[in-house]
Design a protein around this ligand. Structure first.
Ligand SMILES: [Zn+2]
Length: 317
């Protein structure tokens, strides 16, 4: 059995996976707000409940997935959206409280590990996992092992610069500020809200130049894709440009890592056009004359994070 816990800003979820990957226990609770001790209590109670139900041993370790990370400088949590976790020794505190071994990884790493372990990326030895959601994250798994790196930033392509000047006919204004302090990070162009922003900019420019008769000034990513499929030229152009930018951003990863498969998660991973168009565009950008890389949608969708947390203990039976 493997126990995974997804510690999110609004929910904490625990799953127990059988040795064959089936969920044999699952429970979800609200994340206590702004109270670190209450978070530790809540996780401890979840583990006790699962333990009572499944009767697992005191040696059973725990894997935790969280949007934040452990600072290599301090050993304390940082970048958590539940800000009460930041600056706290979460791993040590949970290990002490539950009297179990605890491993922690960020949610993009857990996602990639899940898909490489028993998802849609099991057949390749090098896997690049991509989350295209409200932000852009990534993780690298080699031979079923998570690659962490000496700076603990393996896979963080969301904050690479995206050289959009390589795109022919690129019309949008560059210089998008990123929360990390830099401009034109991959995330500022490929996150779901960034896709929406591109659509709004494109429409605004066309309306100003008198090229568009569209009344609306905005649309959600799901609506933009629906518009594109129904023949709306602005939405279609925006979606095409998104696939082109995604290919360009991935080419920088593929030229270095050359993964056998790229597995996509997050809201934008549900856009089927990505899987058709990205390989075509990629051939323009990578330093090779063929594209053998496979591009797949996650098998477990939103559950990949908590499943991957369980897989942080790959050999534990
Ligand atoms: Zn950034």
């Amino acid at each position: 059995m493997r126990i995974g816990i997804d510690l999110g800003g609004t929910k904490i979820e625990l799953v127990a996976l059988s040795s064959t990957g089936e969920i044999v226990f699952q429970q979800r609770i609200d994340t206590p707000k702004d109270d670190y001790d209450a978070v530790i209590d809540a996780i401890s109670q979840l583990v006790d409940t699962a333990s009572d139900c499944l009767n697992f041993s005191s040696q059973q370790p725990l894997g935790i997935g969280t949007p934040g990370a452990i600072s290599l400088k301090t050993g304390l949590m940082m970048n958590c959206n539940s800000t009460c976790l930041n600056g706290r020794a979460l791993q040590q505190d949970l290990a002490k409280r539950t009297a179990r071994q605890v491993r922690i990884a960020n949610d993009a790493d857990c996602f990639t590990l899940s898909e490489a372990s028993d998802g849609h990326a099991t057949s390749e030895s090098v896997v690049f996992g991509v989350i295209l959601g409200t932000g852009v994250g990534g993780g690298i798994v080699v031979n079923k092992n998570l690659l962490q790196g000496v700076n603990a930033i393996s896979g963080e392509w969301g904050h690479n610069a995206l050289p959009s000047d390589r795109l022919e006919g690129f019309k949008l204004n560059r210089g998008r500020a990123c929360f990390c302090g830099k401009a034109d990070c991959v995330e500022t162009w490929l996150a779901g809200p960034s896709f929406q922003r591109s659509f709004e900019q494109l429409l605004q420019e066309r309306n100003l130049s008198g090229d568009s008769t569209m009344q609306q000034t905005t649309a959600s990513p799901v609506e933009i894709v629906a518009l594109a499929r129904s023949g709306n030229e602005f939405a279609a152009e925006c979606l095409e440009q998104y696939c082109n930018l995604l290919a360009l951003a991935l080419s920088n990863v593929i030229n270095v890592l050359d993964p056998g498969v790229v597995v996509f998660g997050g809201g934008m991973s549900n856009v089927d056009e990505i899987y058709e168009r990205v390989p075509d565009y990629l051939s323009r950008y990578i330093f090779a004359d063929t594209v053998n890389t496979r591009f797949v949608k996650a098998r477990y969708g939103d559950s990949s994070g908590v499943r991957g947390a369980a897989w942080l203990w790959p050999d534990h039976q």
